[in-house]
Design a protein around this ligand. Structure first.
Ligand code: ASP
Length: 653
């Protein structure tokens, strides 16, 4: 099983990445070609080994080598398999009397002990080669061995195929990191980031600038982590992104900025979120949307791993309105169809009560998706669970209709749908034999959202039953553009909030609506979507202080004093500018096919935001809080927590 990861790992380490170069055109191609002929890294410089375990082949036969690694397997006290980050190699334990001390070390050291062995690379006897192992043609005839450190009984075996809970993996992360899968993920991440730096700094003159992580509360956007200071009542905040700093760098004439930036959002955990995460943060002066989009397309193409299908540019784009209408979301997964269709006209004269009701309202619509081969792959209980999901999470009624199925599928509205409505539905939605239609009615955005969610649920269900809808090797990039500048606030729909952030410029053709119909204003905000996941977002910024002040104070009702430094800077000759941030964790997660972003972060937080290895966040005794002028106000039921201050740590399970 590990051989597959292993060969990917080896390929990634030693293959020059020449293949991307022919895809990038223009005057840069020569420079790109030169820089992409990457030298094979020297993996054993400065250290107590001559070679890595994974690199030895028949071409090394007869060489005297010294290897360092962990004991992965031992067979009948004759063979030992040694592992390092690069791979596995078989070591022959000497059996003759004269080498008794070497044999003792290699036979007695527990699994996962660290040893150094020296010996000769020999070929395996005929018939004993292992074609599944990259080093399977050779073995090491050991002359000397040294036990560098022993290993106690482990909480789990260091073998990728051994199943372990995520909590246990996170508690012993340093052991989990020894797996080939984690090694592959983190090394691929490192290589991609290196290529991104190369592309941005060496090929396009970007400047890598660090910005503060101790900052202050900023209006709008995500909830920030608060850091106490020694001044009474004064707090820093951890920045949710370097947004203000990167704009201020443009005012400072730094022109092309980038940073591998750590960002912090106190938003609770979700499967694809972490309280701290990394962005490839970019800002440029004198740029428009197309410029930023081309930069990112080139960046991804250049840094894309050589063992994946190459990235094809330019990426397609779709307006927010189209994404919502056809996919029910602002991050459509365009790898499969099943698009939402507006079928309001089919049902104008319907007798079905809830459709009639919906259509009688000014914003009322009837919408549907068609699940091809639905009657073949879905069970009645699947349809029921989809309807329940719509009812529970969206308060929306969804009806199944089986326009062509001969089977006795009962649709609650079957009898009320007239023949011509049925044939119009079949025509409009291109329904084939076995197609199931899921139909809902209501206001446009709500009807689309529920069907967008059901579309994804259906795809999961169909794939669980063996239908391949989404090619796992396919990377489907999409730009979503023309977002609204403002959305109604979730907690108070009468007020507005920024759809992206308050520094986003309005669409030039909608500026006149800012004073009269702000809800109708589109923005210069763009999101990058990959396989249905938002992996980046940015905008052209407001560089006019007056406009920025008006949006903050009048439309968003924010306290502009908090942003006086930025407003002042805009007044001192701020150049037009724009930028973007790519979510690195999510990007790498999708590239590696990892189940969670935690699998591409060396030391991630648990689902509840804890570090299960070190037990952060941790309590502090009151005397250590004193300099910060803060006191813990313990919730009534937290006696146990208080008394756990000095208790040994038990990780969450
Ligand atoms: N700062 C923004 C974010 O973190 C990205 C940008 O607009 O450049 O989403």
């Amino acid at each position: 099983m590990f051989s597959c990861w292993l060969s990917r790992l080896c390929r990634g380490l030693s293959t020059p990445t020449g293949r991307v170069t022919h895809l990038i055109q223009g005057s840069l191609s020569r420079r790109l070609m030169l820089s992409s002929q990457r030298r094979i890294p020297e993996l054993s410089s400065f250290v107590a080994r001559t070679n890595t375990c994974g690199e030895l082949r028949s071409s090394h036969l007869g060489q005297e080598v010294t290897l360092c690694g962990w004991i992965q397997y031992r067979r009948q006290n004759i063979f030992l398999v040694l592992r390092d980050f690069h791979g596995l190699v078989q070591v022959v334990i000497p059996q003759d009397e004269s080498a008794a001390s070497v044999k003792k070390i290699l036979c007695e050291a527990p699994m996962e002990s660290v040893v150094q062995v020296s010996g000769t690379v020999i070929s395996r006897p005929p018939g004993q080669e292992n074609p599944k192992m990259p080093t399977g043609e050779i073995e090491i005839k050991v002359k000397s061995a040294q036990l560098l450190n022993t290993c106690k009984k482990l909480p789990f075996e260091i073998k990728d195929f051994v199943k372990k809970t995520e909590a246990l993996r996170l508690q012993y992360r340093y052991l989990d990191l020894r797996s080939f899968q984690m090694q592959y993920n983190l090394r691929l991440r490192s290589r991609m980031v290196m290529k991104m730096r190369e592309y941005l700094c060496n090929l396009h003159g970007f400047v890598d600038i660090e910005t503060p992580t101790l900052f202050k509360r900023t209006p709008g956007g995500a909830k920030e982590f608060v850091i106490p200071s020694r001044e009474p009542g004064k707090f820093y905040c951890l920045p949710q992104s370097p947004q203000q700093f990167k704009q201020l760098l443009m005012v400072g004439g730094l022109d092309r900025y980038f940073q591998v930036a750590r960002c912090y959002r106190d938003e609770g955990s979700r499967p694809d979120r972490q309280p701290e995460f990394t962005q490839i943060d970019i800002e440029m002066s004198f740029v428009d949307q197309i410029g930023i989009r081309s930069l990112i397309e080139g960046l991804l193409q250049y840094s894309w791993p050589s063992d994946k299908d190459p990235v094809v540019v330019p990426f397609p784009s779709m307006t927010f309105a189209e994404a919502l209408a056809s996919y029910g979301t602002d991050k459509p997964d365009t790898r499969f169809g099943m698009k939402i269709v507006d079928i309001s006209d089919v049902f104008r004269n319907t007798k079905v009560g809830f459709l009639q009701d919906a259509l009688s309202k000014p914003q009322g619509t009837v919408k549907a998706i068609c699940i091809s081969e639905g009657t073949k792959y879905l069970k009645r209980k699947d349809i029921e669970s989809l309807r329940k999901l719509a009812a529970d999470h969206f308060n929306q009624e969804v009806l199944p209709v089986f326009p062509k199925a001969n089977r006795n599928w009962n649709s609650p509205v079957a009898k009320s749908i007239m023949e011509e409505q049925r044939s119009e539905l079949i025509r409009l939605m291109e329904i084939q034999e076995d197609g199931v239609v899921l139909l809902t009615a209501g206001e446009h955005r709500k009807a689309c959202s529920v069907l967008g969610k059901l579309r994804l649920e259906c795809a999961d269900l169909l794939e669980a039953r063996g239908l391949v809808l989404r090619d796992p090797a396919l990377f489907s990039f999409l730009w979503v553009v023309d977002f609204p500048l403002f959305l109604p606030k979730e907690e108070n729909p009468g007020e507005l909030e920024s759809a992206h952030h308050p520094f986003t410029a309005p669409h030039p053709s909608d500026i006149h609506l800012l004073h009269t119909e702000p809800k109708q204003v589109r923005s210069q905000h763009y999101d990058l979507v990959l396989n249905g996941n938002e992996i980046g977002g940015g905008s052209i910024r407001i560089h006019d202080a007056e406009l920025q002040r008006y949006i903050l104070a009048t439309l968003l009702k924010e306290d502009v004093k908090l942003l006086s430094h930025l407003l002042q800077a805009l007044d001192f000759g701020a150049p037009p500018h724009g930028g973007i941030a790519l979510g690195l964790d999510r990007l790498i997660c999708l590239v590696t096919g990892a189940p969670s972003i935690r699998d591409v972060i060396a030391f991630p937080k648990s689902f509840r935001g804890h570090d299960l290895m070190s037990n952060a966040p941790d309590s502090l005794p009151p005397e250590e809080l004193k300099p910060y002028h803060i006191q813990v106000s313990w919730p009534a039921d937290s006696e146990a927590e208080k008394s756990s201050l000095n208790q040994p740590y038990h990780p969450e399970s």
